[in-house]
Design a binder for this molecule. Structure first.
Ligand code: XMP
Length: 187
């Protein structure tokens, strides 16, 4: 693995496997939206890499919008709160929206954003995620396109970060546990 770095314990999904799956997801999206001009809403920053690679495979006319929402605050525990950080919300009234996020965990982010898109007048909201954790959701949320189901562990790479780092890794991987620091003996 060329892009391997020390902090990664193992690669969960490599670049080639992701690419193949995105080809299939793009065909599904083309099939489901044969004519409608689509607005794609990308959740920053996690879905950036996924969106760039997926949308270049979708042979449809579409518009891209980005939304900044905060739900994680740099740690590995979900805060339960979803905050909309942008001054302006994309214009979605009467439009079909495809919402893209990196990973479905508790479901709170997609739930809150889809609800807001509907409140703003979107005709229909569909969601796509690269990853979905295999665990019960804290809230009910329908996701039409899932790249991969993964176990309930913290992952980085391919857009996903730990404390702002590792988003540029071309694969999804698991971090090594932080080093245990043994206290220095007193003397
Ligand atoms: P919820 O719980 O709202 O979570 O479905 C979605 C958001 O939580 C972040 N998240 C992760 N980020 N590795 C990450 O880097 C993970 O394993 C992970 N699990 C959840 C992510 O921002 C996602 O949009």
């Amino acid at each position: 693995m060329s892009h391997m770095i020390d902090e990664i314990e193992r690669v969960l999904i490599d670049e080639a496997v992701i690419g193949k799956r995105l080809d299939a997801m793009a065909r599904d999206i083309e099939r489901d939206f044969p004519h409608d001009p689509l607005v794609v809403v990308i959740l920053l920053k996690g879905a950036l890499v996924f969106a760039a690679d997926l949308l270049r495979r979708v042979r449809r006319v579409l518009e891209m919008e980005c939304l900044n929402v905060a739900s994680y605050h740099g740690g590995t525990e979900s805060s339960g709160q979803v905050a909309f950080l942008d001054r302006h919300f994309p214009e979605v009234r009467g439009r079909h929206v495809l919402l893209l996020d990196d990973i479905l965990d508790t479901g709170r982010t997609l739930h809150a954003v889809s609800r807001r898109l509907s409140e703003e007048g979107a005709l229909a909201v569909h969601s796509a995620v690269l990853l979905a954790k295999d665990k019960p959701r804290a809230v009910d949320v329908a996701v039409q396109y899932v790249g991969f189901e993964i176990g309930d562990e913290f992952v980085v790479g391919y857009g996903l970060d730990y404390q702002g780092k590792y988003r540029n890794l071309p694969y999804v991987g698991v971090l090594k546990p932080p080093p245990v620091r043994t206290p220095l003996p007193n003397h």
